[in-house]
Design a protein around this ligand. Sequence first.
Ligand code: C5P
Length: 275
Amino acid sequence: ARDFTIAIDGPAASGKSSTARAVALELGFGYIDSGSIYRCATLLALRHDITDISAGAPDLIDLINKASVDIKFQPQSTRSAPNLITGRLPVPDVRILLNDEDVSEEIRKPDVNRLVAKVASDGGVRSAVLGIQRALARAAETRSKSVVGKEGVSSVPGGVVMDGRDIGTTIFPNAELKIYLDASAMARAIRRWDEMNSSLKRAKPPAVPATAENTPAEYPSVEDIARELEERDYADINRQHSPLRIAKDAIVIDNTSMTFEQQVYSIADLARDRM
Ligand code: C5P
């Protein structure tokens, strides 16, 4: 069987990353989080005080071209504690290495969230990131293999799942399966808030009692998150270079009132039907 590419696109916090990772685990595929590469580019910009992207960003593009980005998908290490969003389905961990430094936590921080859509709107940045994306995806792709079972020798396809904004439209226009994952704005804000709070609590317990003065800026309200997601989606939909669009041949899944299991298994089944 041929190798298989699944593209999962959609607005911010629609569950693309958790879904893509669980689908990759279910099918034995590799996984690439394309947003994390734009987040690494944004971290480079912040660390080098490049915040004016409007003039084109030759210094930033230079930094991206020299950088090494690695996405370590760890199917054997899954988040064990059931959580509100994912329920009981295992979701493998992913670590992001930028120039050999683990930046997995840092690239999810509010200052990166605020700047990333701006950085990703630049055409030069996008073409610098494009090469990294395709190379990482090809390296992550699992290979098809033959297995011996009751019915004799059969072939299990290999493949890769990649999530982002323009995977089905620009990066892998020939992907065998394209999913556009959406959810209501409020559902997305609540899920992102829950995710941020649970990871922050694991990292450092908040001071008690929490007051406006001692609540760190990393603890945004649901309203703050809804506003930030809305701004980011607006920028992603309205930019000139590969804006967020539903690919013509994509299957739209609105998961507002679906369980995590339902959406993971329906995507895995769609893939199996096409293999
Ligand atoms: O998926 P994530 O929220 O981490 O993506 C962060 C940002 O990176 C998006 O808001 C978007 O601006 C940019 N991005 C993109 N194209 C992709 C993936 C992400 O422009 N394929």
